[in-house]
Design a binder for this molecule. Structure first.
Ligand SMILES: CC(C)(COP(=O)(O)OP(=O)(O)OC[C@H]1O[C@@H](n2cnc3c(N)ncnc32)[C@H](O)[C@@H]1OP(=O)(O)O)[C@@H](O)C(=O)NCCC(=O)NCCS
Length: 167
């Protein structure tokens, strides 16, 4: 497994992973699959704003997972905080890919001078919550029934990692 910056050629694989999560999980609170143009626009926007998109690939350069961060909230005062996301292809989970992607992403956020990373995770997503705990994220709150998918209410758990000591 290799981790590197995503290229435009990876967007097909990224789209497949994204759409699988849209269709089958509560990891993404969207109901509609996206086309390649949507991912191209998303990728261009990330790059234009200097935000990383990482992919994990196998020996054939197929995308096994991806991780990225972007702004947490749009106002100026939040500029040192980022919200990230991490997705691993179905069938490849549980073998260390998510952790490896996140460790690299955290290093990049530190190098980029970011202060806090925020993860907003569906509260029943035990795998993701466990992964974030292992990486040192702290559980800092929960919003109840702020989302809905598959006919039920969803709670949102916030976890945060402080990247540098408090000044
Ligand atoms: C959550 C996700 C990114 C984790 O990536 P992964 O490659 O499967 O996780 P890893 O193999 O790196 O495991 C990291 C840790 O999490 C644990 N873990 C992973 N999946 C788990 C699960 N379903 N239940 C419990 N623990 C789990 C592993 O045991 C490991 O802990 P350990 O170090 O104590 O052994 C991945 O499962 C995924 O893409 N899930 C679907 C989409 C999703 O939920 N994304 C996150 C949205 S917030």
């Amino acid at each position: 497994m290799h981790i590197r910056d995503a290229l435009e050629a990876d967007l097909k694989g990224i789209r497949e992973i994204y759409n699988e999560a849209v269709e089958n999980s509560t990891a993404i609170w969207n109901d509609t699959s996206v086309d390649l143009e949507n991912r191209k626009a998303w990728f261009a926007e990330r790059r234009a704003n200097g935000f990383p998109v990482l992919v994990a690939t196998d020996d054939n350069d197929s995308v096994l997972g991806y991780a990225t961060y972007g702004p947490w909230r749009p106002h100026d005062g939040f500029r040192h905080t980022v919200e990230h996301s991490v997705y691993v292809r179905e069938g490849q989970r549980g073998s260390g890919i998510g952790r490896a992607l996140m460790e690299t992403l955290i290093d990049l956020a530190r190098q980029d001078g970011k202060h806090v990373m925020v993860g907003a995770i569906e509260s029943a997503n035990r795998g993701s919550i466990h992964l974030h705990q292992q990486l040192g994220f702290l559980h800092v709150g929960q919003l109840r029934e702020v989302g809905t998918k598959f006919g039920r209410w969803l709670d949102l758990t916030f976890m945060q990692l402080n990247l540098e000591p408090r000044a």
